[in-house]
Design a protein around this ligand. Structure first.
Ligand code: TYM
Length: 334
């Protein structure tokens, strides 16, 4: 809570091509929630370097991601959209919180285990302590709520534990945040293997819808989506492919599952897939157009970057002053 307003924090990594999973699991909810909170939407570029990055590419992706937040409908005049690397409090607090986090806790993180297996040649300490930086992101702004996809749930639980541990030593320093999960889009699955999450790093391009895919590509990928031989449209775990398509459809249209199931009762899979593709395209095409316009307006985007970094730093520094004092660091003499 800041100035009597509840605080919302969330972020995305500036790596890979964003997918429909990122959009429906997070970005779309950010837009819906924006008006009710004091919001911080961060491009978490510091998180990206746990995996080797090409410098020019990282810079470009970070800027594109920031523009995408705006293109998705988040007003940078009312919401703080900024780069993590522009606010030094993130790294400073992460170091401190490292000292209140156990290696055992970090070793249990499933994303760490997955990423370590994937990047066996570069299991750096950052990969292990990544969730502590994430906790720092959130606690730095005293966030009440964090809208994310379900894959981030374990990291959120760790954040809560770290906050509670710190508070139990030093008193009420941090707000203990709640996770916010959207209704239908909390876990969008791969179009080629509905038992796996849709992921930026999937090697099969047909498995994911990328936010910049054009309409023909979107429709083609949905036509190829793996389903089953049941031949009926039901919302059930027995039909994970169809269930995923219904989730995507409901998430894009705002309809509830029951309404969608009855809308498509008796409909063939081909027509159903086409309808899902159309719903996704009508969600993404306007976003792509706004993105194109923004890419041409360098001065405007630069001004957003500058002003919001200052705003975020102001709030971050408020927390940092409190934390430094509580831990016992000598006061700065001005
Ligand atoms: P990242 O960049 O992997 O993903 C960004 C957001 O997208 C959600 N998401 C999905 N939701 C539904 N279905 C999917 N298939 C899917 N794939 C991704 C993620 O849950 C996430 O909300 N560690 C975070 C970034 C981060 C962060 C934070 C988030 C850093 N600090 C503080 C919240 C608060 C990450 O790597 O997300």
């Amino acid at each position: 809570m800041i100035d009597n307003k509840k605080v919302l924090f969330s972020g995305m990594q500036a790596t890979g091509n964003l997918t429909l999973g990122n959009y429906l699991g997070a970005l779309k909810n950010w837009v819906t929630l924006a008006d009710d909170y004091l919001t911080f939407y961060c491009v978490v570029d510091l998180h990206s370097i746990t995996v080797r990055q090409d410098p020019a590419e990282l810079r470009k992706r970070a800027r594109n991601l920031l523009m995408l937040y705006i293109a998705a409908g988040i007003d940078p005049q009312k919401n703080c959209i900024y780069y993590q690397s522009h606010v030094s409090g993130h790294s400073e607090l992460a170091w401190m919180l490292n000292c209140y986090t156990y290696v055992g806790e970090l070793n249990r993180m499933t994303q760490f285990k997955d990423k370590a297996a994937k990047h066996a040649d570069n299991i750096n300490a950052g990969l292990l302590t990544y969730p502590v930086l994430m906790a720092a992101d959130i606690l730095l702004y005293q966030a009440d709520v964090v809208p994310v996809g379900i894959d981030q749930k374990q990291h959120l639980e760790l954040t809560r534990n770290i906050a509670e541990r710190f508070n139990s030593i030093y008193g009420d320093v941090f707000t203990v945040p709640d996770i916010y999960l959207g209704k239908a889009g909390r876990k969008i699955m791969s179009l080629q293997d509905p038992s796996r999450k849709m992921s930026k790093s999937d090697e099969n391009p047909n498995a994911s819808i990328y936010l910049m895919d054009d309409k023909d590509t979107i429709i083609r990928k949905f036509k190829r989506a793996v389903t089953d031989s049941v031949g009926e449209i039901n919302y059930t775990d027995e039909q994970p492919g169809i269930k995923n398509l219904l989730d995507i459809y409901c998430s894009c249209t705002g309809k509830d599952t029951e309404a969608a199931v009855s809308e498509f009762s008796g409909c063939g899979y081909g027509d159903f897939k086409l309808a899902v593709g159309e719903a996704v395209a009508s969600e993404l095409i306007p976003l792509q157009q706004r993105f194109e316009e923004l890419s041409k307006d360098k001065a405007y985007v630069d001004s957003v970057i500058k002003e919001n970094a200052e705003k975020a730093s102001y709030y971050a520094e408020k927390t940092m002053r409190k934390v430094r004092k509580k831990i016992g660091f000598p006061e700065r003499i001005r």
